[in-house]
Ligand binder design. Structure first.
Ligand code: HEM
Length: 281
């Protein structure tokens, strides 16, 4: 993939209000702005701390692995939906393996530390994906738009010279920005010559295959599922934040408890010394 598309092949047009992708973006604009604000600060913190970054990565790993498992299940069923999903899907866009590679890097090869979701919002989210897409396979189209197109913007942020210069990347064991991109930044990179072209082709095929093959009711359900995906993303992020806050509080109270123990010991020793000196006078 190295040639750009001709102008006429770029679909949907930005002002095409009937295109499903545009309708999803329009109806999730407020949710996107909210999650953007919510994540920007947290992302900056996570980018400084490999342990927080890998918690986020782990959450996305389970989501992508589940979407891809459900997609494979549906494509194998050879239905009307499998044909549509297969024609839109591109193997280079799959994230499960790439996310796993990043996690192995951040967890020093310990797969058992991330292979099963243990946080309740993550479990709820992946269970939800399995249930609703088994019943209504066309809802996978919501995940294929929202979760996968988000990656292209994320990749640009990661590779930006500002991020590199500011040292805003999860620096594991003092590794450099280049080390990180090569070993731990696979989630946001695609194994193609031209990422932008991959994005354009994915969006074009999505538009061509969703325009006439879905009823208006199915489109409305996909739009509503897209809104829910933003909410679930926000819930997973908030859960990680709460978890870290509790751990942090626990650490502080542990230190306070320890320090007060020391204080008690010092007081007892001082009392003993004081009375001991009087006794031996
Ligand atoms: C720090 C948080 C985020 C920032 C700064 C951000 C930024 C952006 C930017 C700049 C774009 C425009 C890209 C373009 O036009 O090429 C975009 C598009 C998009 N983002 Fe985000 N985003 C964030 C989080 C998310 C999350 C968590 C999701 C989904 C769960 C998401 C889903 C999307 C989608 C679906 C698009 C539309 C892509 C398209 O139609 O091509 N974003 N984002």
């Amino acid at each position: 993939m190295s040639t750009k598309l001709a102008e006429s092949e770029i679909l949907p047009l930005a002002n095409d209000v009937g295109a499903l992708g545009n309708r999803i973006n329009h109806s999730t604009r407020a949710a996107h702005n909210k999650i953007d604000k919510m994540m920007t600060i947290k992302f900056a913190i996570a980018l400084r701390d490999p342990r927080i970054y890998r918690q986020g990565l782990q959450s996305y790993y389970h989501v992508f692995a589940t979407i891809e498992e459900c997609l494979a299940r549906e494509i194998a069923r050879k239905t009307k939906w499998s044909d549509i999903l297969q024609k839109i899907w591109k193997p280079e866009i799959a994230r499960k393996e790439r996310c796993e590679a990043d996690l192995l890097y951040f967890y020093d090869g310990h797969k058992e530390k991330f292979i099963e979701p243990i946080m309740s919002e993550q479990i709820k989210f992946v269970d939800h994906i399995r249930t609703v897409t088994a019943e209504k396979p066309y809802l996978l189209l919501a995940y294929m738009h929202v979760m996968y197109l988000a990656l292209f913007a994320g990749g640009r942020v990661f590779r930006s010279s500002i991020v590199k210069a500011a040292g805003l990347f999860p620096r594991k064991d003092g590794h450099s920005h280049d080390n990180f991109l090569e070993l731990g930044g696979n989630l946001f990179t695609f194994d193609v010559e031209d990422e932008q072209l991959l994005r354009l082709i994915y969006k074009r095929d999505y538009e061509i295959l969703t325009r006439n093959n879905l009823t208006e009711d199915e489109k409305l359900e996909i739009i509503s599922e897209s809104q829910l995906i933003f909410q679930r993303n926000a819930d997973c992020i908030s859960e990680i934040e709460r978890h870290n806050l509790e751990k942090f509080r626990g650490k502080i109270s542990y230190q306070l408890a320890n320090n007060s123990n020391y204080l008690l010991i010092i007081i007892v020793v001082l009392i003993l010394v004081f009375y001991g000196r009087r006794y031996f006078k």
